[in-house]
Design a protein around this ligand. Structure first.
Ligand code: D6G
Length: 619
């Protein structure tokens, strides 16, 4: 029996003492605990068709995940029904990455059922922490950009905003890292191998996405078709009825994919070739802050954008006219009903795609379509590193998306007329502000496209926004200063405080005599009043040392290294990248070491320096 197969029967109290104490305090309804136990047993028996003698830890995880998921179903259906009835303005967050991590514990927190589930598993004699460990991370992102997307979803649901995440259901997310003889070795992470209890496929809502072909005047002809199948994940808000959706697309080939082989009788080859289409959503590009310029990545971007825009417009039509064709006057109300946030330029093809649909399919004039477009889109810039900025070769876009290339040229033509009007005769400014970079291989500057097609552009911290305003996009900011704003990135305190550090969360709630901080983090300001309170500070230190002991035990178990829990933990965990200055950090460690060597008897603070991170190799 392999390690992973060891049954999670509890020998000692299975959860940390502090965690169980918190659990027990919070349980008010014994009936709720019994109901969870019953649901767990039902899923084990009826869904997995197993009993306790043959079940693996993963089976227990699947059973409890399904029991928790059951609690979401009603909220999810009701929220979505409510959106159809009330028709609020929808906020769409388009992102090529969603770094969701694990869902079970997060769902338990947001549904306020952690204590009940923990107690139910305890009474069933199961080790909850071992079972939680069975869940694979949904690692559909590289770092900050993808985690920001995940945190925004949690916040929108908690605030009751009708928000939707749209992205790609990669079969392989970020690689798993092994260190072999000091070198990183990447392994594919098959996160869907045992199924994903949190997703619900909706094959009835599949769309066709077109690639290649040619333009005939202003229409797109002879394109190849790939199907986009939606998979929905519920996004419950914290302590609210709201449950929003994350919709991720998976590529599938249509029945008639590559008809030529079928027609020539090569049935097996025809079936095998379906993989070409299905490869589109196979793997996440593991680049953090680096533009690779591969055709498959461009396909991924357009695939996500095309399916998403069709879905957004379908929902709009369903709401305004019960699904029947929308009169052209009604299209002008689209910006009142739809806001689309572009997480970096990765989904920026949504701009020419919306233009194409409104003009070529819905019959709107260029002017009407452009006015709608620029009211709907907003663009978040994440980086000013030149090597990270997307600049797709015109020749590649022309081949893959011929009609979009025509539209981008037209957007640029009209944009440059505006530039000339503002700065007559300034040719170098026109060159700098063009969407098309000349000189060498012609390229589309996707940031310029995103800026021109949006009504707001934001940086992600005050300092970053100042750089994009004064340096990176200076010309654009001078021409349209009101477009540029700062929106400092944040994190959800539900996952990153309440869930990660339950003891500290409890102390905060007790000290403030309120749980309001869980929804409104600025409430933490009230802790300032305790900055000299010996009792409070003593408790904070106690919690901190207990947590550091857990980390020390983990490090011992994983790496066989003993660290001093009493030492200062100096931790840098992020993608290994030149601009993140891990090297500078190492030099600092060397400096500290030299200081100790020089003066060993001085009063040095013991320090444990911890690095964590993955490297992406670009070939
Ligand atoms: C989620 C929950 C499901 C609901 C669906 C609506 O999958 O109950 O029917 O969303 O999706 P749209 O019609 O808004 O795309």
């Amino acid at each position: 029996m392999s390690e992973g197969m060891k049954p999670a029967f509890r020998k000692v109290p299975s959860i940390g003492k502090a965690r169980r104490e918190i659990s027990l305090k919070n349980i008010t309804q014994v009936g709720d605990v019994n109901a969870v136990m019953k649901a767990f047993n039902q899923h084990l028996h009826l869904r997995l068709m197993k009993d306790r003698t043959v079940s693996t830890n993963h089976d227990y995880y699947t059973a409890i995940a399904n029991a928790v998921r059951d609690k979401l179903a009603e909220k999810w259906i009701k929220t979505q029904q409510h959106y159809y009835q009330e028709n609020p303005k929808r906020v769409y967050y388009l992102s090529m990455e969603f770094l969701m991590g694990r869902t079970l514990t997060n769902t338990m927190v947001n549904l306020q059922m952690s204590s009940i589930v923990e107690e139910a598993l305890f009474q069933l004699g199961l080790d909850i922490e071992q079972i939680e460990d069975e869940e694979n991370d949904a690692g559909l992102g590289n770092g900050g950009l993808g985690r920001l997307a995940a945190c925004f979803l949690d916040s929108m649901a908690t605030l009751g905003v009708a928000g939707y995440g749209y992205g790609i259901r990669y079969e392989y997310g970020i690689f798993s890292q092994k260190i072999d003889n000091g070198w990183q070795v990447e392994h594919p992470e098959d996160w869907l191998k045992f199924g994903n209890p949190w997703e619900q496929s909706r094959p009835e809502k599949a769309y066709e996405v077109q690639f290649y072909g040619r333009t005939d005047g202003e229409s797109w002809k002879d394109a190849q078709i790939v199907l986009a199948i939606p998979y929905d994940t519920p996004i419950p808000g914290y302590a609210t009825k709201t449950c929003n959706s994350l919709r991720l697309w998976s590529a599938s080939s249509p029945k008639e994919f590559d008809l030529s082989y079928f027609n020539h009788g090569d049935y097996v080859k025809a079936v095998l070739d379906r993989n070409t289409a299905e490869n589109i959503t196979k793997v996440l590009y593991p680049n953090d802050n680096f533009f690779e310029g591969k055709e498959l990545r461009l396909k991924q971007e357009y695939f996500m954008v095309s399916a998403t825009m069709q879905d957004i417009l379908r929902r709009f039509k369903q709401n305004v006219e019960g699904g029947t064709p929308v009169a052209s006057a009604l299209w002008s109300s689209l910006p009142d009903m739809v806001a689309i946030q572009l997480n970096d330029t990765h989904p920026a093809l949504a701009i020419p795609e919306l233009m194409r649909v409104l003009i070529d399919i819905e019959g709107l004039s260029w002017e009407a379509a452009w006015s709608i477009c620029t009211k709907i889109f907003a663009y978040t810039n994440h980086t000013v590193l030149p090597e990270a900025l997307e600049r797709w070769a015109v020749s590649m876009i022309e081949r893959l998306l011929p009609r979009h290339m025509q539209i981008i040229f037209e957007i640029n033509h009209r944009h440059l007329i505006d530039v000339t009007r503002s700065y007559p005769g300034d040719v170098t400014k026109m060159q700098r502000m063009s969407l098309i970079e000349e000189g060498g291989e012609k390229r589309v500057n996707m940031a310029h496209l995103a800026i021109v097609g949006s009504h707001k552009v934001n940086g992600v911290s005050a300092i970053h926004t100042n750089i994009i305003k004064n340096e990176t996009f200076k010309d654009f900011c001078e021409m349209t200063p009101d477009k540029f704003v700062n929106v400092t990135n944040g994190i959800t305190p539900r996952r990153w405080l309440k869930l990660c550090n339950p003891s500290l969360a409890e102390l905060i709630t007790k000290s403030l005599d309120s749980e309001d901080w869980i929804r409104n983090l600025s409430e933490l300001e009230r802790l300032k009043a305790l900055d000299n309170d010996e009792v409070f500070l003593g408790k904070v230190l106690e919690i901190k040392i207990a947590n550091k002991r857990s980390v020390a035990a983990y490090i011992k178990e994983q790496y066989g290294i003993e660290v001093l829990p009493e030492s200062l933990f100096d931790i840098q965990v992020k993608r290994i990248h030149e601009y993140k200055r891990q090297l500078m950090n190492v030099l600092h460690v060397v400096t500290l070491y030299n200081r100790i060597k020089k003066n060993p008897t001085a009063n040095h603070v013991a320090r444990t320096v911890i690095f964590g991170g993955k490297v992406s190799f670009i070939i």
